[in-house]
Design a protein around this ligand. Sequence first.
Ligand SMILES: [Zn+2]
Length: 354
Amino acid sequence: MTKDQIKFLKAIVQTPSPSGYEKSVRKLIKARMKTCCDKVQVDVMGNTIGILNPKADFRVMLAGHCDEIGLMVQNVTEEGYIYFNAIGGVDPALLPGMRVFIHSAKGDVPGVIGSKAIHMQRYEKGDKGTTQIHQLWIDIGAKSKKDVQKVVEIGDCATIDAGYLELKNNLIAARGLDDRCGAFVVTEVLRMLSKEKKLKIGVYGVATTQEEVGLRGATTGAYNVNPDVGITVEVCHASDFPTMNKNIVGDIKVGKGPSISRGPDTNPILCKLVQKTAKTSRIPHQMLASSRPGGTDTAVMQLTRGGVATVLISVPNRYMHSPVEVISLRDLENTAKLVAKTVLALKPNQNFVD
Ligand SMILES: [Zn+2]
């Protein structure tokens, strides 16, 4: 990846964007789309749509969600402790002892999620068991409820302070790589395709919103774009670390290329086209069986209006929905390549009925 690409990736990864609070990350994506697209729109749901060839009849929609899971301020106690709820699939067991930022109108307010010392826990048998989110609180160092209210409002969102970390062998760790990877790939594919003079189809790259709380941005976004073909760029569960059972989740390794999903969410002809494109372009890839539809933006794109030919291409991800999600930059690069090549392989008025 180029220095410029890494800079953009870092910027979107480090910008908080819990579902419903995507404004800051949207600004970055919009600015980048503007450097290459014929048109850039933001709709009422906050989806950012970069368009190439807006006049073409045959349209392909690329969806990568720019929201992440997060926390939301629910209640403040008289003592000045802040109770919160989850935005999306947060694992409460990972939260005690974490540093957080509450993103308020006054700026980013630092805090910590309190955790009772192990010394104290030993004597209280009742404390054992699964942590529930309503048992946890954020401490911003405030003296009282009033002191909190000076900087934090009910309904402010918060994120864990876990930035971009470079690991060995081109791997990186961060929170919210699900699905900044997708938003990054969609934006980069628009940049790659904007240089193609022979592009015959309309390309609508959408950084969708509110995926983590029910695929909501893609639902209205797909209705609006009304595509013939939909390609979702997501992260998938890698199974190359201890405790994962390949017989249940499949054999997916970080660094071995994007996964191409097969299943009810995917159009078989389009899926074959992606596989063929990967082979002819010599892009490493892995096949992933997805027997249960509905978990990603693919599902809502597929079910838009009279139905859309969709496919799901994913970046293998370890420790999804944790503050230390791990992906390979090489996989990210190959995912962008595969999506761009697939779009170029599409013919206007292509048939997807077998
Ligand atoms: Zn996702």
